[in-house]
Design a protein around this ligand. Sequence first.
Ligand SMILES: [Zn+2]
Length: 356
Amino acid sequence: MASSRAVTEAANALELPRGHEELVRGLWRAARAQRLAHFLLFTGPAGSGKWLAARWLAAGLMCARGPGEPCGACGPCRRVAVGSHADLLVLDPLAAEVERIPVAWVSGGDDAPGEWIENFLALKSAEGGWRIVLLREAERMAHGQNHAQNALLKTLEEPAPGTLLVLETSRPDRLLPTIQSRAHVLACAAPGAAVTREVLAAHGHAGARAELAARWSRGAPGAALELLARSAPESRAILFDVLRGARRAGEVQQELWELELELRAGTERARDRERAAWLLAQAHALLHDAWRAGSGAPLDALVHGDLGASLAAAWPARRAALAERRLLELAQACVDIGSNLAPEQALERGLAALAE
Ligand SMILES: [Zn+2]
């Protein structure tokens, strides 16, 4: 699990979770009063900062001056920051590049990582404080016999004192009701446009691109950063040209394909699939908004409403019935990437659906 991304992740361990500071401070207060639950579930939209909140919580529990804001200077803080604290297990399927969290991450076995949840929480604290597991995108655990979610339920039955299990997910509906009901659920709403602009500025993004990303992210800073890392303003411009007939689909395919996109998948083939799926999702969102604008929806309510009157003009109301069919074709192209369609062909089909 020691990919370069895992290292980057570790460096973010002490980053302030903008918009969720009070929530985490409340948890530290509970810890100081010996009232912190053993099992927490951070939920909220993708990119809202809930994973940062979970990381910050753990760092503040480990800090020699804690529970409270991590000082960043003490031994435990430094070990948390570089990912070497013996009492903190961070399981990140994105960094590990696994689509599905294997049951071995929970209860050990053949393809277990060096440490797994059940074993880790059963061992004594190495530094005398908390023993903490953080699990990102918990919805990637399957459920059913011999699957990770069911194995996790067993772990939850008798939590040892001083242990904390934290799950993070934007899809709590994919977790077993028995898991959800046992967790102390912490909802992290998107912190909003103002915070998102500040986070973008802190990452060196300003101007029109940043403004677009802030708008499209619906106030989720992580989502805005991802949009910029995936050239969303550039791909939107190209896709809109196709939609309004200014450029032909065949003309732009290569250009779209070569845009700089920060992708997560490990293999070349998987990255191609991820790239095609992302571009098709962008095309789908754009056509959806054009259709709604053309049917009289207020521009302010639409993600791509910044395009103004030209958005409504791109798909006039008389073509409404056609839009529904084209949206289905786009969605189908996306589904087919996983089965019988090469990613480049899926994009070609999607662009054809977008064009006049
Ligand atoms: Zn500290």
